[in-house]
Each structure stands twice: as structure tokens, then as C-alpha cells.
Design a protein around this ligand. Structure first.
Ligand SMILES: Nc1ncnc2c1ncn2[C@@H]1O[C@H](COP(=O)(O)OP(=O)(O)OP(=O)(O)O)[C@@H](O)[C@H]1O
Ligand SMILES: [Mg+2]
Length: 244
């Protein structure tokens, strides 16, 4: 289902010459990429390539050494996480990072902690309409849910922050294909509601079949980019990531 861009009113993301890492260890080397409003873009690469580090830098969790991250006309490089979320860039982290002892409802409300508007409860209802399974599990501790359900909570928690650009790290990890398909269906609905998506996936095949465009990251550098369908056909991608 290659999802094509659907135009929305939201901002484009322009990353230029981004260097970032941990202390003295640089992980990202001059990364540049562009995401237009309404796109679904995949970021693929092997273990340790720096995919999560890149999402971390976009989210303000990993410190930026140099370069620029423009979202619309707002500079996000070096900005605090709160400000980045407020600007509309929200991450669903690798490993889900739920509050395991808190209920599904409480986890979702955590996603709205920056909001002061009166539509939080209406948005909870919207999330439950999109993810009906969570209604059945609403008062359960998130830690007792199955992996697929926990991933749904992580996605819903991000939605509660009203993202314009949703960053999703390894959504499919550890989940059976049938659950991955279900989650992709949910992502397609979120996209149809006007949310731009950047998905990081080790499952390159799944990511390239779902996204409209993709970037390939190797040892902290973007080595390839283009329409996802073209990358699926690219012999070097097939060899390196698809085992064909
Ligand atoms: N908190 C950290 N402190 C120091 N080094 C880190 C930290 N997190 C990641 N790294 C290192 O940064 C590099 C990139 O890691 P990163 O997690 O971004 O890769 P990834 O592409 O997301 O890999 P994976 O597919 O395993 O999730 C690796 O060499 C990793 O060891
Ligand atoms: Mg990662």
C-alpha cells in the first residue's frame, strides 16, 4: 500500500547537515533530509546505523552538535523536548516506553500533559474510536497488555499530543505479521487524517511497501533516498536489506 502524500496545512521538515551523538561520540554525520507535509517517509538501515539517534535528535532527546532542523520556520535543533512537542513533532519511541504501572487511560493523558485546551477528552474519545481495543483495556495497567496492545497505547499517547509530524521507531519489532498489518492500517488512518509520518524500521520490506519515499542510513550517513517503490527494486538494497 505505498501511501502517497496527501497535502495538508502542516509544516515541512528540513534537516540540514545534522551532526549529533552522545558526549564525544558522534553518531550522525551531516545528515540532510526533507519531509513534505502529508508524506509517509521511511528511514531504514541496519542495527546501530543511527536511526533512533536521528529520531532522538529530532525530538530533543539526543543533543545536536551542529546543523539545522527546521519544522516550518521553527528551528528545532537544540530546542527542549517540550517545545518540539508543542511545535507538533511527536515521537513513538522504540520499545514503547509506557508507564507500565499506570492504566491505559493514564498513559494516554500523559501524552496530553502539555495541553491546556478543553479538547483533551474529545481527543481521548477519538483515540478510542481509532483503537477500540484500548477501550476494552482502558483501566488496565499498560504493563499487563500484550505487545501489540502496548504499541497501540504508545501510538495513542503520541496522538494525544496532537502531532503534525509523527516519528515512529521500530513499530513492528517483536510483533507477529498480523499485528503489524493491523498497526499499519491504523497508521494509514492517522495519515489520512492529515498527519505526516516518519517511520524507522528494521523490517525494510514492510517499510518500503508502506511509505511513499525512503532514506537509507548507514553508519550515521544517508547513503540513498528516493521513492520507496524504486528502492524496493534497487539491487543493492535487495542485497543488503531484503536478503534477495
Ligand atoms: N545512549 C547512548 N549512549 C552512547 N551511545 C549510544 C547510545 N545510544 C546509542 N548509542 C550508539 O549510537 C549508535 C547508533 O545507535 P542507534 O540506537 O541510533 O541505532 P539504530 O539504527 O536505531 O539501531 P537499532 O536498529 O538497533 O535500533 C550505536 O553505535 C550505539 O551503540
Ligand atoms: Mg533504533
Amino acid at each position: 500500500m505505498n501511501l502517497e502524500a496527501t497535502p495538508t496545512g502542516s509544516a515541512s521538515l528540513t534537516v540540514r547537515d545534522l551532526r549529533a551523538g552522545y558526549g564525544d561520540v558522534r553518531v550522525l554525520w551531516d545528515v540532510s533530509l526533507e519531509i513534505e507535509p502529508g508524506e509517509v517517509v521511511a528511514l531504514v538501515g541496519s542495527n546501530g546505523a543511527g536511526k533512533s539517534t536521528l529520531l532522538g535528535a529530532l525530538s530533543g532527546i539526543v543533543s545536536v552538535e551542529s546543523g539545522s532542523i527546521l519544522f516550518g520556520d521553527v528551528e528545532l535543533a537544540g530546542a527542549a523536548t517540550d517545545r518540539i512537542v508543542h511545535a507538533g513533532v511527536v515521537q513513538v519511541p522504540q520499545g514503547r516506553r509506557l508507564f507500565g504501572g499506570l492504566s491505559v487511560r493514564e498513559n494516554l493523558l500523559m501524552g496530553a500533559y502539555l495541553r491546556t485546551d478543553r479538547e483533551v477528552h474529545a481527543d481521548l474519545e477519538r483515540c478510542l474510536a481509532l483503537l477500540p481495543r484500548l477501550r476494552e483495556r482502558y483501566e488496565f495497567p499498560a504493563g499487563r497488555l500484550s505487545g501489540g496492545e502496548q504499541q497501540q497505547v504508545a501510538i495513542a499517547r503520541a496522538l494525544m499530543a496532537r502531532p503534525k509530524l509523527l516519528l515512529i521507531d521500530e513499530m513492528s519489532l517483536g510483533l507477529a505479521p498480523v499485528l503489524v498489518d493491523q498497526l499499519l492500517g491504523i497508521l494509514a488512518q492517522i495519515h489520512a487524517q492529515g498527519v505526516t509520518i516518519l517511520m524507522v524500521e528494521q523490517d525494510v520490506q514492510t517499510a518500503l511497501e508502506f511509505a511513499g519515499r525512503a532514506y537509507v542510513l548507514e553508519t550515521g550517513r544517508i547513503v540513498k533516498s528516493g521513492p520507496a517503490a524504486e528502492l524496493l527494486d534497487d539491487p543493492s538494497i535487495k542485497r543488503a536489506y531484503l536478503g534477495i
